[in-house]
Design a binder for this molecule. Structure first.
Ligand SMILES: NC(=O)C1=CN([C@@H]2O[C@H](COP(=O)(O)OP(=O)(O)OC[C@H]3O[C@@H](n4cnc5c(N)ncnc54)[C@H](O)[C@@H]3O)[C@@H](O)[C@H]2O)C=CC1
Length: 485
């Protein structure tokens, strides 16, 4: 397999690849080896202008198509993505370093799921009729206009599709800016949408870092901004959008709890903790990084976990036998290693891992700390790497209080065989998504998003439609108009 992932050009605007070599260089590094696999350019003001003008020009025609027609295009794009899943997954692996074993099942395929789902409901979106005695009113569901999508680097294809699919289904157009760490796969989504029949300008991709994102968010033609990123960036983008009274969806970070009660199936709980901490090398916003284990099952939990970690296979992510890849960048690796040092310095007990792996690329060993207390840095801050903190608890009340004692509120999980307790705890969690005896599954049919500092709005499911459309109310007078004088 070739390690050259060079796209035809850096940006995709108005139905075609576009280059502007005046833009600063944007190099794409394969995180498993450090080698350069593509070189692009960041968007210049001229590129940003072209993209916004194209999206604006395309919007009326796109919105005038029937939902059935728009939906058919999205569903066709989903089919093409599935047909090319292997190529797209290999590209995603080169861009992110995530094992091919993962990208084959969780990236392009999840993007296709979103395009299929929103393609399927596009024809049924509409308003309602409200009878008011003799008079009546109806609502029209209208698109917002030009939407901006801004992505993080952990799930580039999925994020592009999770934003594009509902936006386009509702009749909006989009300018999408991928993370500067992972610019490649959104270009493929744009290419495929055009191949599936989307008119030029409906979905555009512009590369760049924060400045390019900020110039998109600040433009008065933009009606809505959807960001997947960190809380500090979310604050900035939300504030900039508020200046123009723009709609926002903020999918931000987390420090989610997973509660393992004494009656839980410990093997399942360990599996879930592995999925919720080491999949994508821990670079998942909804990860359950604070695992609260009841004191009576703490030692069996830790010993089973240590045993299972022996099954982690570090290697070339393009080899399908590899199930544990590197961090996306050297910078992210250094951040994670810094947190591991803090964990050690603040007195957490290292059960396994704890170091950079002795190999090329930006690998950090899967790391488990026990005896973690609520005040330790590793229990409070989002690490976004393969670092699992185990805390112990004695009562349900105590566990729930401690689980909720965080500014974040993205996700939470509970493992118990006691059904009443499972639902009671789920009701008590202050989080946008809760799992009972499961963790980190995010099918497109269910809403996903956070509370508190973890975000605003919801992606996926019918809920996303509310965030990509607005209602116009039309009141219909059927009788004479009464007036006081
Ligand atoms: N809740 C969710 O659905 C998810 C949240 N995340 C969060 O994303 C973070 C990791 O991703 P990163 O790429 O490091 O996040 P980041 O916040 O550094 O960057 C996110 C995106 O925002 C852009 N950006 C930065 N400053 C901007 C500005 N002033 N205006 C407009 N755009 C700007 C970046 O170029 C990038 O495309 C983690 O905190 C993680 O929890 C990641 C995946 C999913």
């Amino acid at each position: 397999m070739t390690r050259n992932a060079q796209p035809k050009a850096s940006h995709f605007i108005n139905g075609r690849y576009v280059e502007d070599t005046d833009g600063d260089a944007l190099t794409c590094i394969y995180p498993a080896t450090g080698e350069e696999v593509a070189r692009l350019h960041k968007g210049t003001p001229a590129i940003v202008e072209q993209a916004l003008a194209a999206a604006q020009a395309a919007q009326a025609e796109w919105a005038a198509m029937t939902g059935t027609e728009r939906g058919r295009i999205l569903r066709r794009a989903a089919d093409i993505i599935r047909e090319r899943n292997r190529d797209l997954s290999e590209l995603e692996t080169l861009d992110t370093g995530k094992p091919l074993q993962e990208t084959l099942v969780a990236d392009a395929t999840s993007g296709a799921d979103a395009l299929e789902y929103f393609g399927g409901i596009a024809a049924s979106l509409g308003g309602e009729h409200i009878q008011l005695g003799g008079d009546w009113a109806y609502t029209i569901r209208e698109p917002l206009g030009v939407c901006v999508g801004i992505g993080a680097w952990n799930y580039p294809t999925q994020i592009a599709c999770w934003k594009a699919a509902p936006a386009l289904a509702c009749g909006n157009t989009m300018v999408f800016k991928p993370s500067e760490e992972t610019p490649l796969c959104a270009l493929k989504v744009a290419e495929i949408l055009v191949e599936a029949g989307a008119p030029p300008g409906v979905f555009n991709v512009v590369q760049g870092a924060g400045e390019v994102g900020a110039s998109l968010v600040g433009d008065e033609r933009v009606a809505k901004v959807s960001l997947t990123g960190s809380v500090p960036t979310g604050r900035r983008v939300y504030a900039a959008a508020a200046e123009g009274m723009k709609h926002v969806t903020m999918e931000l970070g987390g420090k989610s709890p997973m509660l393992v009660f004494e009656d839980a199936d410990i093997d399942d709980a360990v599996s879930a903790a592995i999925n919720g901490n080491f999949y994508s090398s821990g670079q998942i916003c909804s990860n359950g990084t604070r695992v609260f284990v009841h004191k009576d099952v703490l030692e069996p939990f830790l010993s089973k976990m240590a045993e299972r970690l022996k099954g982690a296979v570090m290697g070339d992510p393009l080899d399908e036998a590899t199930n544990f890849g590197p961090m996306v960048s050297e910078r992210q690796m250094q951040i994670v290693l810094g947190y591991i040092d803090k964990g050690k310095a603040e007195g957490a007990r290292l059960i396994s891992g704890g170091n950079r792996a002795d190999r090329d690329g930006w690998f950090v060993e899967p790391t488990v700390f026990a005896d973690v207390t609520d005040d330790m840095t590793i229990a409070r801050e989002e690490i976004f790497g393969p670092v699992l903190s185990v805390l112990s608890f004695e009562t349900e009340d105590e566990a729930l209080k401690r689980a909720n004692a965080t500014p974040y509120g993205l996700s939470a999980g509970v493992f118990t065989k006691d059904l009443a307790r499972a639902h009671r705890v789920a009701a008590g969690f202050r989080a946008g998504t809760c799992w009972i005896n499961q963790y980190n599954l995010t099918p497109v049919e269910v809403p996903f998003g956070g509370v508190k500092m973890s975000g605003v709005g919801r992606e996926n499911a019918k809920a996303a439609v509310e965030h990509y459309s607005q209602l116009k109310t039309v009141y219909v007078g059927m009788g004479p108009v009464e007036a006081p004088f």
